[in-house]
Design a protein around this ligand. Structure first.
Ligand SMILES: Nc1ncnc2c1ncn2[C@@H]1O[C@H](COP(=O)(O)OP(=O)(O)OP(=O)(O)O)[C@@H](O)[C@H]1O
Ligand SMILES: [Mg+2]
Length: 156
């Protein structure tokens, strides 16, 4: 039997913010998240949860240590490889939505599909299916500003 490797693995991950004074927000964090696992990161305000999520979401870079996503060392990736991993491998639901305000719900969901190389027809079909799945089939032509907070999270 082959042993499955973790989908996310952090080895001695450290983040030091350096704006004038140095602040060690994460100090040698080790964590393994297995495929299919459901994990909640909890801790007091200022303990580094958002910092950790920004590193795992490839939105910020660690000061030292290793971060493996599906066995790939993301700390060694180029900007292009990071963008591809964000597009294809990761999903990130922000506390405040980061949707494109001038695009409709459908167009917002189509955007990452088009970036990943799908053509317009394929992207439309997949986006319509996904919007139906989250009960937004009647809101496809609405812009984010015309949707409720909960619905904007559905779009992400
Ligand atoms: N850009 C930054 N520059 C300097 N220090 C920062 C920066 N971002 C966060 N910090 C500091 O790093 C520590 C961890 O912050 P972080 O935002 O990760 O905490 P958190 O656990 O998400 O807190 P909360 O529960 O309040 O959201 C805090 O002390 C914070 O002040
Ligand atoms: Mg936070």
């Amino acid at each position: 039997m082959t042993e499955e490797s973790p989908i996310i693995e952090l080895k001695n991950l450290t983040k030091v913010y350096k704006n004038g004074v140095e602040f060690r927000a994460l100090d040698n964090v080790n964590l393994k998240i297995e495929r299919g696992e459901f994990v909640a990161i909890v801790g007091p305000s200022g303990s580094g949860k958002s910092t950790l999520m920004h590193l795992i979401g490839l939105l910020d870079t660690p000061s030292s240590g290793t971060l493996l996503i599906d066995k790939n060392d993301v700390t060694k990736m180029s900007d292009k490889e990071l963008s591809e991993t964000r597009n294809r491998t990761l999903g990130f639901v922000f506390q405040y939505h980061h949707l494109l305000p001038d695009f409709t719900a459908l167009e917002n969901v189509m955007m990452p599909l088009l970036i990943s190389g799908k053509n317009r027809k394929e992207a439309t079909e997949i986006a319509e299916k996904l919007l139906k799945e989250v009960g937004l089939e009647n809101r496809m032509d609405h812009r984010p500003g015309e949707l409720s907070g909960g619905r904007t999270r559905g779009l992400q």
